[in-house]
Each structure stands twice: as C-alpha cells, then as structure tokens.
Design a protein around this ligand. Structure first.
Ligand SMILES: Nc1ncnc2c1ncn2[C@@H]1O[C@H](COP(=O)(O)OP(=O)(O)O)[C@@H](O)[C@H]1O
Ligand SMILES: [Mg+2]
Length: 416
C-alpha cells in the first residue's frame, strides 16, 4: 500500500522574460531536483545534458512521455495541455491519499507561452498558449504486458492476472473512482508483498493505475459507471490483441470468451464480497484485512457473522446478560479464531492449501462442523470436525497427518 504523503508541496512561479511564465508544484523533497529541469522547452527538445533519459518499456500513449534520472531519482514526465496536467495531477494526489494502487505523484508544471501576433504598438495582439507536465515517480520492475501473456498459458495463470486487474477495479469503484479509460496500456502489473494476518507475507500480482487523465471521483459510483469501466477494459483488450498479434509478439489470443466471462463474474463477485466485508466490519468492528485476512468468496462474511452471533449467545448465557455484538466479536476473535489460526501456523496447515487464506480455511472447517452437528443433532466439537475434515485427504498422507495432529491439539485447547 502506498504511504500517505504528509509533506507540503513546494510551489514556485518563475517569469521567463516576456515570453512565458512557469508555475511549478513539486513534492517538497524533490523541488530542488526538479525545478532546474528545462521546463521552458518541449520534452522532445530535452537533451542528455538537461536530464539523463531512461529507456523504459511503456504502454501505448498519445502524449510524449519521458523517463529521466536526476540526482539518483527516477521520474516519468508526461507532456500535455495545462488543464489536463492540472486535473491529472490532482487526481493522482487524491488517488494516492485514498491508498489506491497508483503512480506516486511528484508534481506538475504549467507553462504559459505568449506569442506576439502583431507588432504594431497601437494594438499589440497577444495569444497565449499553455503546456502542462505531470511528473510521477518512476514505477520500476513492472512486468511487460507481452511477457504476462506469453507466460500465462494456463487458465490458472490467466486468472491470477485477471484477478489482479479486477481487484484494482473494485478498489477504485468502492471509493467512488471512475477510471474512464481502463485498459492494459494504462495499468502496470507488479509483484507485491501482501501481508496476511497470521500467515505473514505472500507475494501477489498487483495492478497499478498508470494513467489518471480521465479519472473522475464521486462520493459514490453508480452501477452503470462501474460496469462501463469493466466493459471498456474488455473492449480495449480486443484492440490490444489485434495490435500485438499483427506485430507478431504473440500468436494466441489475449482474451477468450471464457476470459471475458470470468472477468465480469469475478468483478461482480469481488465487488459484492467487498460490500459484505464493509457490513461485517460495521457490525463487528473487526478490521477484516488487518485481523482476519480478505474474504475469498461470497457468503463467507455472513457465515462468520453467524458464528459470532452464536458465540454471543454462548457468552450471554454464561454471563447472564446480553453481551453487545462488538464485545462478542472481540472475544470470539481472541479466544476462538486466533488460537485456531495459531495452530494452523504451528502445523503449517496453510502450506497444504496455498490458495487459501486462514480465514477461509477456518470457515470451511466450521461449516463442516455445522453440517456434522446438524446431522447428529448436537454440537460435535472442533476436534471431531477437524478429524472428519481431514478424512477428505485420504490420498494425501502429509496433509492428513497434519490435519489429525491439528485435531488433537484442538481437543487439548478447547475441550479440556
Ligand atoms: N511513473 C511511471 N512509471 C513507469 N511507467 C510510466 C509512468 N508513467 C507513465 N508510464 C508509462 O507510460 C505510459 C504512457 O503514459 P500515459 O499516462 O498512459 O500516457 P497517455 O495519456 O498518452 O496514454 C503508461 O501507460 C505507462 O506504461
Ligand atoms: Mg495512456
């Protein structure tokens, strides 16, 4: 996650004689580095003496984008109109503050050029013409797009990429951000470390918004705009596909109809899961990402909530008073969830389920316990549920042994 910027911007306004004025806004840290760059001339005229240029593989773009290294720091500079630069820079700042994965804004420069059209003293005609620059910190180590799809033969790999992209959409939309130009060339895919509670660090793919020109931010986003973003993405993939196939980079399609269906349904799913997560947090005051880890499928948060309600019932009985739901949630978290998850860690259970989070595995087992208890008409207890759950792994000795070990520890922990 990006860290919030807390430093004030440095601002300056520099008259360049009669011809032009520059208005510069930079991150305080970078102001001395960046204000000396030759903002009075077009990017295409910058020389190596002005700023060392970097060869960076970038997406298709309409504007001139240049990558430079100054005093050990690398930046991307996009040349555009004054209005666009102003708007895009502000959007980046807002996105960054919302902690959405995006490029880190560093500054913006506006140059007003004045051209004398007629030299007569009686009626001098002046036309002004303005240019803008958006400066962002260079995002390194992104995976080149053609590489992504060259390596992604399997459905599993493709889906990992689609998931990263869909997750970016959901994050944006949940915060009221309409992208307006979602496409592969306007995003970058990077490896990132995700911190999962009780599991630690897991390496994941993350999509980063890398063109904020068309971004619009609302208090809330209508379903129509949300779907428009996702559909636009699918459309641009078809154009990109035509491009890369004709240039001979890849032969296979970037996106099949099955991929398209996967993306749309995954998007709708993840958006719903996020909504459920918000409701869950509102009721329980549990910070899901920090305490449980993200939910993976629809209904998980409801099942967990059901659990917490049951725990409240049990607590209320024991204490002979109505225990508030937040207190019950806290107690459940400390005395049930955490000890179980710790045991997962001790027995390295999650190694056997590399695509699961601790929370989703916990829930799966709890669901299993619920069905078993329903069948026999009484609560079978955690260790029995674990034992029975592990019978699913008959063919897999290691997994089964671990699960049985876990069941025994569970018994000691909860059923002394
Ligand atoms: N800070 C940055 N770090 C790395 N790559 C960048 C950065 N800024 C832009 N790019 C690359 O340059 C491409 C073009 O920039 P973009 O803002 O999309 O320009 P345009 O508005 O012309 O489409 C992006 O798609 C991205 O690949
Ligand atoms: Mg672009």
């Amino acid at each position: 996650m990006p860290t919030k910027r807390n430093q004030k911007d440095g601002r300056a306004s520099i008259p360049l004689g009669e011809r032009a004025t520059l208005s510069l806004t930079f991150d305080k840290d970078d102001i001395s580095t960046l204000q000396k760059l030759p903002w009075y001339k077009p990017l295409t005229e910058w020389t190596e003496r002005d700023a060392r240029s970097l060869q960076v593989k970038s997406g298709l773009s309409r504007h001139v984008v240049r990558f430079v290294k100054v005093r050990g720091k690398s930046f991307a500079i996009k040349e555009t109109s004054a209005e666009t630069a102003e708007k895009e820079y502000n959007s980046y700042v807002q996105l960054w503050e919302m902690e959405v994965p995006t490029l880190r804004p560093v500054g913006r420069v506006i140059r007003e050029d004045r051209k004398m059209l007629s030299e007569t003293k009686a009626a001098p005609q002046v036309e002004s013409d303005s240019t803008g620059y958006v400066i962002t910190r260079l995002l390194e180590y992104s995976i080149p797009h053609y590489h992504l799809f060259k390596r992604a033969f399997t459905t599993v790999n493709r889906n990992i990429i689609w998931d990263a992209i869909v997750r970016l959409f959901v994050q944006l939309h949940r915060k009221g951000v309409y992208w307006g130009d979602a496409s592969l060339s306007n995003m970058m895919i990077v490896f990132a470390n995700q911190h999962l509670p009780e599991i630690g660090i897991r390496t994941v793919l993350r999509a980063v918004l890398a063109d904020a020109e068309t971004v619009e931010i609302y208090p809330q986003l209508s379903e129509k705009l949300r779907l428009a973003d996702a559909e636009h993405f699918l459309e641009t993939m078809a154009w990109t596909e035509a491009d890369v196939i004709s240039s001979g980079i890849i032969r296979e399609p970037l996106m099949t109809e099955a991929d398209q269906r996967y993306i749309m349904s995954r998007y709708l799913d993840l958006f719903e899961i996020e909504r459920e997560e918000q409701t869950f947090e509102l009721i329980t005051k549990i910070d899901v990402d920090a305490m449980l880890g993200p939910f993976g499928i629809r209904g998980e948060s409801k099942a967990l909530l059901q659990h917490i309600y049951e725990h409240r019932w049990y607590l209320s009985e024991r204490e002979k008073r109505e225990v508030p739901i937040e207190d019950a949630a806290r107690d459940w978290y400390e005395t049930v969830f955490k000890p179980v998850i710790r045991l997962f860690g001790e027995f390295k259970i999650l190694d056997e389920f590399p695509d699961r989070t601790a929370a989703s595995l916990y829930l799966d087992i709890m669901l299993h316990k619920y069905y078993l208890s329903e069948k026999v008409g009484r609560d079978v207890g955690l260790s029995v549920a674990f034992e029975s759950y592990s019978k699913r792994f008959k063919g897999k000795h290691r997994t089964m042994e671990k699960m049985m070990g876990l069941a025994r520890s569970m018994k000691k922990l909860f059923e002394k």
